[in-house]
Ligand binder design. Structure first.
Ligand code: NAD
Length: 556
């Protein structure tokens, strides 16, 4: 890892309606960059690591300071270029152009490996941006909780007739994203047992309210769940230790979980997955001294891990990969039939993507939770018939503790995103909200990602590995004039496995923001509908027809 990292300073976004930059269009990215490193938000802020293994917000502290300085000075006709977490240029563009353009971790395909990346990272030339770490739109575990809730709810409907009470989800990993699993599972009515090898992560999730409790071992966790279920409540319990040990113990006890998945950072075999039988100390020191040995041991453990998951599938568990590339890493270590169970997008999320539905989100720059509650009410008003969304908003209000700047995520699609965005901008204009909001989404969305083991796994026309789509998405969003646009490599699944694009828009109440929001929040989900219609998905073709999208060569 690059020098000039570890630093003990504490970063937190400014709050309130006073500007630190020259306009809200630059104050937005400034606050969101800082918010990504808020100790309430980031996993290892001292190393600039936001989430997902080594997903960073800036290349090093010097670059962070330089980005902050540039954002404070940026004029409304200038654009800041950020190359893998380092500000490399400010160019005169025009008022309607993006204020920041970001490219993170991109490598020419033949060189797109972890080995090459680490070599360049050590030289201080690049940075792993994950998805929303390096594009400054991470909102803590809430960012994934609704998607995970949607997935678990769909599993409940499809496999258990909606009867999830008393049923058990087992999984691993309580990091930035994985930490959403226990809350999403209990929201969907399941119990959850999660193995996590780092006690500090368990403490973080208990503190932030995403996890109910912890137990010293599996038997105690099961006993706690039995008791809670007798009282009519679902319960989430963390079990400290290696996930493989927990699954082997589950086998010994003769238990078959109803649902089995995993969210360790398997996509990064050097930094993200504790090899079986290793102590945390050995893991940490070997990562520096012999990363190749760590990677080899981690992949061998993943092969064993996937073997256990396949055994449970045979016994009747619903098994799925939760977007961490575990199956591919296990396959590299020789696991047979590693792809014998599906990924979550192919199995549960694609129908949503076909309608441009994905993890739409917004952040209150004021820092005032009331601003988010007012936008929640606006969503209900504008989408009165979406009962599932209303349930989500009720549960989110009750269970989600904000991390850093208050924010909300709602999975909505084409035809709704721009309506909500325009309404929020109106609320800023008329003073209902106490400051502007930033609107955006995860890179894991309908039209913004190519990732053959996750978002584009098993596409109907075989176009899984075609990455023209996210590139078109990023180009189009720059043309739309979104406030900032990013294009990354490797997020979610690791180097060589994914390419993806992000957007963020500052709704500052202006007429210019109205125009930007209307264009971007229509075109962005529309590009997802077009991508899926082109692949031949019937529901995407119907959605395109319903909304009158101009598709010159329709698939029927
Ligand atoms: P993270 O690095 O913050 O957390 C991973 C956690 O796994 C850590 O707390 C680590 O201690 C724990 N862990 C590692 N090896 C372990 C083992 N053998 N046993 C028990 N615990 C172990 O990562 P994150 O942000 O939580 O993301 C997790 C994974 O999910 C990543 O691969 C990420 O790319 C993927 N992801 C999926 C989605 C999605 O939409 N499904 C979204 C974002 C990220």
């Amino acid at each position: 890892m690059n020098a000039n990292l570890s630093n003990t300073r504490v970063v937190r976004a400014p709050r309130g309606a006073e500007l630190n930059a020259k306009s809200w269009q630059t104050e937005g990215p400034l606050r969101l960059l800082m918010n990504n490193l808020d100790p309430e938000v980031a996993e290892r802020p001292q190393d600039l690591v936001v989430y997902g293994g080594i997903g960073r917000a800036a290349r090093d502290w010097k670059s962070f300071d330089a980005i902050v300085e540039q954002l404070k000075d940026l004029e409304s006709d200038e654009t800041l270029l950020v190359q893998s977490g380092k500000p490399v240029g400010v160019l005169r563009t025009h008022k309607g152009a993006p204020r920041v353009l970001i490219a993170n971790g991109n490598l020419v395909p033949h060189w797109a490996t972890w080995e090459k990346f680490h070599e360049l990272d050590r030289l201080g030339l690049t940075m792993f941006g994950q998805m929303t770490a390096g594009s400054w739109l991470y909102i803590g575990s809430q960012g994934i909780v609704q998607g995970t809730f949607e997935t678990f709810s769909e599993i409940g409907r499809r496999h258990f007739g909606g009867e999830t009470a008393g049923r058990l989800v087992m999984t691993g990993g309580l990091g930035g994203m994985g930490g959403a699993q226990p809350l999403a599972a209990t929201m969907a009515g399941f119990n959850a047992i999660v193995a996590e090898c780092q006690p500090s992560k368990i403490e973080f999730r208990l503190r932030s309210g995403y996890l109910d409790t912890q137990a010293p071992n599996l038997s105690d966790a099961l006993a706690m769940i039995e008791k809670a279920n007798a009282d009519g409540k679902p319960l989430s319990v963390a079990v400290p230790g290696n996930v493989i040990d927990m699954l082997e113990e589950t086998q010994r006890l003769g238990i078959t979980p109803d649902v089995l998945t995993d969210q360790t950072s398997a996509h990064d075999p050097v930094n993200g997955y504790l090899p079986h039988g290793w102590t945390l100390e050995k893991w940490e020191s070997m990562r520096e001294s012999d990363p190749d040995a760590v990677s080899k041991a981690a992949k061998e453990s993943m092969a064993r891990h996937v073997g256990l998951m396949l055994d449970f599938e045979e016994k009747g568990s619903i098994v799925l990969e939760y977007g961490n590339n575990l199956r591919a890493m296990a396959q590299e270590a020789g696991a047979e039939n590693a792809f014998g169970f599906p990924g979550f997008v192919e199995a549960y999320v694609r129908p949503l993507f076909c309608r441009g539905k994905g993890p739409f989100r917004w952040v209150a720059l004021s820092g005032d939770p009331e601003d988010i509650y007012k936008t929640d009410a606006k969503v209900r008003e504008l989408m009165p018939d979406d009962a599932f969304l209303h349930t989500w908003l009720d549960k989110a209000r009750k269970h989600i503790k904000f991390q850093g700047l208050p924010s909300r995520i709602c999975w909505v699609g084409l035809g709704d995103r721009h309506r909500l965005g325009l309404a929020f901008n109106e609320m800023v204009r008329n003073g209902e909200l106490s400051a502007p909001v930033v609107i955006g989404r995860d890179h894991m969305d309908s039209g913004s990602v190519a990732s053959p083991n996750r978002e584009t796994e098993g596409m109907k026309d075989g176009s899984d590995a075609i990455s023209d789509w996210p590139i078109l998405n990023a180009l189009m969003n720059a043309a739309n004039g979104a406030t900032w646009v990013s294009f990354h490599h490797g997020g979610g699944m690791g180097m060589g496995y994914s390419q993806h694009a992000g957007i963020a828009l500052v709704a500052d109440g202006s007429a210019e923001a109205d125009a930007m929001i209307e264009r971007t929040l229509w075109n962005d989900p529309a590009s997802g509908v077009i991508r899926h219609a082109d692949a031949g998905y019937e529901s995407a073709i119907e959605c395109a027809e319903e909304f009158g999208l101009n598709i010159p060569m329709p698939q029927r």
